[in-house]
Design a binder for this molecule. Structure first.
Ligand code: PLP
Length: 426
């Protein structure tokens, strides 16, 4: 059964209520599936906006959440603390790239990025250095709060709010063969002397079209930032927790950013939680007997103990289960399924990093406002698949427990739907 839009008071995100089809009401989740009111299993090909890692309702995470509710609900996190947050911070420091020593909690990817920006500016402010500029890459997406929109791509998503957004330096995307141009642009911007931080999605721009760039570019970013006394902020909100094949994408460039943002897979996708990790000097720049140096940031639900317990269970899963092997197997299966599309003229480009694959459908219209994406979405939904293309970019980012049969179904549907869309467009 579907929920008619006109009868619902709910205002949904990224949804044009004047156009969309009725909502499917989900009553249960399990493994790689959403189950609707009619009992139909829908393959969650995008891990419910990239949050579910091990699979929906991993029993250890569910159990940890239930257990935590025996003792906790929310606890103010200023002046008071709790064991789940402390244990989690210690665990994150162990797992994250070496050299990150402090963990600041928040509750979404956007706020993790906002916190990172504030930490970077606070760091220079408290050291009396006039560095206030953030440099980002074109096509980036870092969230939908005002600061996060400021550092993201400008366009249709944020047109009404642009008067509020702050100015940033922008680098051209380092497409293969054009890396030097991006690095030169960064040097040029850094020479101005006012760059506080270079903020990037490591190795892959997610919402900007699943565009890949080489790990060497990321290590060059780190080197250039260091040379000019700027900080490197890695937004691992999407890439973290194994999506690109390694726990964090930064590992593939062998770098430790000065600040690292994570969310989504931090709780395995079960509850909202985010963390911004920093190097010691950033924490130390704020630590003082002078109250004006306090890091003035909080949200009411900072370090929610139940979410922290879910994240601790996620860490245990990483330690105790063969997650890395599962990711490698999923990446291999994806690679095999993708192979048949590699020289297919219906797709202008096909690419993969770790568990993420993307296929650019060659259509006359591209971009978010084209109706290619919504039409594809509808076709996939009719076939029991949750796949939400970004315009003409069809991508899969499934939970790590996805089976070969489920992937088969998804790639067969991509094959079939590509034909359907192109025959209508012709
Ligand atoms: N940063 C990146 C790289 C993201 O992909 C996203 C969301 O997709 C965000 C930040 C924002 O996260 P949230 O939607 O949890 O605010």
């Amino acid at each position: 059964m579907n929920v008619a839009q006109s009868s619902s008071p709910v205002w949904h995100p990224f949804t044009q209520h004047g156009l969309e089809q009725p909502f499917k009401r989900i009553v249960r989740t399990e493994g790689s599936s959403l189950i609707d009111e009619d009992g139909q299993r829908i393959f969650d090909g995008i891990s419910s906006w990239w949050v579910i890692t091990h699979g929906h309702r991993h029993p250890a995470i569910t159990a940890a959440i239930c257990e935590a509710t025996n003792n906790f609900d929310q606890i103010i996190f200023a002046e008071y603390s709790h064991e789940p947050a402390e244990a989690l911070a210690a665990g994150l420091i162990q797992l994250a790239p070496p050299g990150l020593t402090h963990v600041f909690y928040s509750d979404s990817g956007s706020t993790a990025v906002e916190v990172a920006i504030k930490m970077a500016l606070g760091y220079f402010h408290h050291r009396d250095e006039r560095k206030t500029r953030i440099v980002v890459m074109e096509h980036s997406y870092h969230g939908d709060t005002v600061g996060a929109m400021s550092v993201g791509e400008r366009g249709v998503f944020n047109a009404p709010y642009q008067p509020l957004l702050f100015d940033v330096g922008r680098l051209p995307f380092p497409a293969p063969g054009q890396e030097q141009q991006t690095l030169d642009a960064l040097e040029q911007l850094c020479r101005g002397g006012d760059v506080a931080a270079v903020l990037v999605e490591p190795l892959i721009l997610g919402a900007g079209g699943m565009k890949l760039y080489h790990p060497s570019v990321l290590s060059e970013f780190a080197a250039i930032a260091r040379r000019y006394g700027a900080l490197l902020i890695a937004d691992e909100v999407m890439t973290g927790w194994g999506r690109t094949g390694t726990l964090f994408a930064c590992e593939q460039a062998d770098i430790t950013p000065d600040i690292l943002c994570m969310s989504k897979g931090l709780t395995g996708g079960a509850l909202p939680l985010a963390a911004t990790l920093s190097k010691p000097e950033i924490f130390e720049a704020h630590r003082s007997t002078d109250r004006s140096r306090t890091f003035f940031h909080s949200s009411s639900y900072t370090a929610n103990p139940i979410a922290c317990a879910a994240a601790l269970a996620n860490l245990d899963i990483w330690r105790q289960e063969p997650v890395q092997a599962r990711i490698a197997a999923l990446a291999e299966m994806q690679s095999e399924k993708l192979a048949r599309f590699r020289n297919d003229p219906r797709f202008s480009e096909v690419r993969q990093i770790g568990t993420i694959t993307a296929l650019d459908l060659a259509t006359p219209t591209t971009g978010y406002l084209s109706d290619v994406g919504p039409r594809l979405r509808r076709l996939f939904r009719e076939r029991g698949l949750l796949i939400r293309p970004l315009g003409n970019v069809i991508y899969l980012m499934p939970p790590y427990c996805s089976s070969a049969e489920e992937l088969d179904r998804a790639y067969s549907a991509i094959d079939e739907c590509a034909d359907l869309i192109r025959s209508i467009d012709r």
